[in-house]
Design a protein around this ligand. Structure first.
Ligand code: ADP
Length: 533
C-alpha cells in the first residue's frame, strides 16, 4: 500500500466563496475543507478573477518577481497570491494573469453568453501555470488533483515539461476529476500550436485528437494516473454510451480500472434548515412548523397564491438541455392541469428563459419564474417546496436533490447519475424510499412520477415518512473525503515509475531521468508516439 498522502493541491477554475458558476465551486471548496479535517495539508489553486476581493490582507504576494511559462511562441508572465479559505486551514493560491482571467465572466462573455474565443489559450496557460507555480508553494505535493478540462492538460505537461519540472514532480500522483463530461474543452486545431504538445497527439488515436479538433479532457483522461467522477452511477454511464460519454466512452472504458465514482457530499453547515442564515424560519426533522412558514413566505415573495395545501414544486439550476428543461416545458400544460404550484430559479439558454417566463405570465399565482443567480432565493425554494423536480437528461452527481432531501423537500427525479445514487424510489423500497424516480427522459414519464407524488401528498403519514427518511440521511463530505484519500493512494501507486520525457528542439525525445529504468507502459507509449513523428 502506498504511503498516506500528506499534501494535496486542488487546481480548479471555481471555488466558493471566490468564484462560482455551478456545482464545481461547491465541490472543490467542500472537498478541500473535508481533506483538511482529515489532517491533510491542502492548497486550492485557481485564477485571480477581478471579483475576488484581495484587499485588507486577505491575500499576500507569494514571490516578488513574476513566474513565466511558454505558450506557443509567447512567454506568459503571472503572479501568485496566497490567502486562505475562510474558516479553514486550507491555503488558497490565486494565479494572476489579467489578460486571460481579469474578466467578469468565468467561462463566458457576460454580455453575449458566448464562450471566450481564446478559451484554448486560457486553459493551456492555466495548465502550465499550475505546474510552474508548485515549486513556489513548497515541496512537491503528494497529489495534484486537476478538475475538468480547464486544468486537464497539466496531466500531460507534467510528463513533457521542462526536465527540472518533470523531475520535481516525480513523487506526485496526478488525478483528474470529471465533474461534467458534457463540457470537454473542444477547440479548433488552428490553436494547436499553443498547447506545445507533440503533433502526433493530433493524429488519431492521439490523446488530444477528437474528430479533427482538440479535446483537453481527453488528454487528462489518458494521462492522469487515476480518474474520478462524482458518482458511482455516472462512472458507469460515461463508459457505456454516447449519451453519457459524449464521444469519450471508448477512451474512458480503456481507463476503466483507474476510473472511480465518488459521490459528492454537500456543505451541511451552510445547507441546514435549522440554522440557515437565509431563511425566514427554521425547522428540523422533529419540528417541521418552520417549513410551512417558509412556504408561505416564498408564495408571498414570488406572487404565488397563498395556498398552504397546494403542493409546491421547485426547480433551481442552469436552464440548459442537460437539466431537462425541454422535457419540463413539454410537460408544462399537463403538469399545470394538476393542482400544483411551480417555483423556478435559474438562468441559461435564452429560449428556455423566455418560455418559462411566458409560462409564469400565462399562469400567474401558479407559476413563479426568476431568471438570474440568487443564492438566498435558492435556499428559500429548497425550504419552502413540498417537492423538487430534477428531470435531468444526465446528472453527474447533482447537489440540489441532496439539499432537497436535507430540507424535507421530496425529490422527483430521473434515474440517472448521482440522482440514481441518492434518491430512492418509495414504491421500490418503502424502508429507504425518499422520493420518486422515473426512467425515460420524456414528458410522460415525468408526469407519471408527479402524479405518483401527488397521490402520496394526500397521505400525511406517507409524506411524513418520506420527509423523515430524507432529512435523516448523511450527505456530509467526511465519508467522501475518506474515499478520495483511498484513491489518492492509488494515484501514488499508479504514477509513472520513470518520470517523463524531454522534448528536444527538433522533436528528439530523451528520458528525463538519466539512467532511469522505464517501467511504465504509458511512458513507452508516449515515446513510441514521438519516435513515429
Ligand atoms: P451543475 O453543477 O450541473 O450546475 P449541481 O446541482 O451540481 O448542478 O450544482 C448547482 C449548484 O448551483 C447548486 O448549489 C445550485 O443550488 C446552484 N445554482 C444553480 N443555479 C442557480 C441560480 N440561478 N441561483 C442560485 N443558485 C443556483
Amino acid at each position: 500500500m502506498a504511503k498516506r498522502p500528506e499534501r494535496v493541491v486542488l487546481a480548479t477554475t471555481e471555488a466558493v466563496p471566490f468564484a462560482k458558476a455551478g456545482g464545481l465551486a461547491d465541490v472543490t471548496s467542500a472537498l478541500a475543507s473535508a481533506l483538511a479535517r482529515l489532517d491533510l495539508d491542502v492548497t486550492l489553486l485557481l485564477p485571480a478573477y477581478p471579483f475576488i476581493e484581495r484587499e485588507g490582507g486577505r491575500f499576500t504576494p507569494v514571490c516578488s518577481r513574476p513566474l513565466e511559462v511558454a505558450l506557443g511562441r509567447r512567454t506568459e508572465r503571472f503572479r501568485l497570491h496566497r490567502g486562505e479559505l475562510p474558516g479553514t486551514p486550507v491555503e488558497v493560491v490565486l494565479i494572476e494573469h489579467d489578460a486571460f482571467f481579469g474578466r467578469l465572466g468565468i467561462y463566458q462573455d457576460e454580455k453575449t453568453g458566448a464562450e471566450y474565443a481564446d478559451a484554448a489559450a486560457r486553459y493551456a496557460f492555466l495548465s502550465r501555470a499550475i505546474l510552474a507555480a508548485l515549486p513556489a508553494l513548497g515541496p512537491p505535493p503528494d497529489i495534484l488533483q486537476l478538475n475538468d478540462h480547464h486544468t486537464a492538460l497539466a496531466a500531460a505537461y507534467r510528463l513533457l515539461g521542462p526536465p527540472a519540472q518533470v523531475q520535481a514532480l516525480a513523487p506526485t500522483g496526478v488525478l483528474l476529476g470529471i465533474h461534467n463530461l458534457g463540457y470537454q474543452g473542444i477547440y479548433d486545431a488552428e490553436h494547436f500550436h499553443l498547447t506545445g504538445l507533440p503533433e502526433s497527439w493530433m493524429q488519431p488515436p492521439g490523446a488530444l485528437e477528437f474528430w479533427g479538433r482538440m479535446n483537453f479532457m481527453k488528454v487528462g483522461i489518458v494521462h492522469a494516473d487515476v480518474v474520478t467522477t462524482v458518482s458511482p452511477t455516472y462512472a458507469r454511464e460515461i463508459q457505456q454510451s454516447e449519451r453519457y460519454g459524449h464521444g469519450l466512452q471508448g477512451v474512458l472504458q480503456k481507463r476503466g480500472d483507474d476510473l472511480c465514482g465518488i459521490l459528492n457530499g454537500i456543505d451541511v453547515d451552510t445547507w441546514d434548515p435549522a440554522r440557515d442564515l437565509h431563511l425566514p424560519a427554521h425547522y428540523d426533522v422533529d419540528h417541521l412548523a418552520g417549513k410551512a412558514v417558509c412556504k408561505r413566505a416564498l408564495q408571498q415573495r414570488c406572487g404565488l397564491d397563498p395556498e398552504p395545501e397546494l403542493p409546491l414544486f421547485g426547480l433551481i439550476g442552469r436552464l440548459v438541455d442537460q437539466k431537462g428543461i425541454d422535457v419540463l416545458l413539454a410537460a408544462a400544460t399537463d403538469l399545470l392541469s394538476l393542482p400544483i404550484q411551480l417555483a423556478v430559479l435559474g438562468k441559461g439558454q435564452h429560449e428556455y428563459e423566455e418560455r418559462l417566463l411566458a409560462l409564469s405570465r400565462a399562469r400567474p399565482g401558479r407559476v413563479a419564474v426568476r431568471i438570474g443567480f440568487d443564492e438566498e432565493l435558492a435556499h428559500w425554494i429548497e425550504a419552502a417546496c413540498d417537492f423538487y423536480l430534477m428531470p435531468s437528461r444526465y446528472e453527474p452527481c447533482g447537489l440540489n436533490q441532496m439539499y432537497s432531501l436535507r430540507y424535507g423537500t421530496v425529490p422527483v427525479a430521473r434515474r440517472t447519475g448521482g440522482l440514481a445514487d441518492t434518491v430512492h424510489d418509495c414504491a421500490a423500497d418503502a424502508q429507504i424510499g425518499n422520493g420518486f424516480l422515473y426512467g425515460p427522459h420524456s414528458a410522460e414519464a415525468l408526469l407519471d412520477a408527479v402524479r405518483r407524488a401527488l397521490v402520496t401528498f394526500q397521505s400525511p403519514d406517507q409524506m411524513q415518512r418520506l420527509i423523515r427518511t430524507g432529512m435523516s440521511a448523511d450527505f456530509s463530505w467526511d465519508a467522501s473525503a475518506r474515499r478520495y484519500l483511498h484513491v489518492y493512494r492509488r494515484a501514488l501507486q499508479k504514477r509513472p515509475k520513470q518520470p517523463g520525457l524531454r522534448i528536444e528542439r527538433g522533436g528528439t525525445v530523451t528520458p528525463a531521468a538519466e539512467g532511469g529504468i522505464d517501467t511504465g507502459a504509458r511512458i513507452r507509449k508516449i515515446r513510441a508516439d514521438f519516435e513515429r513523428e
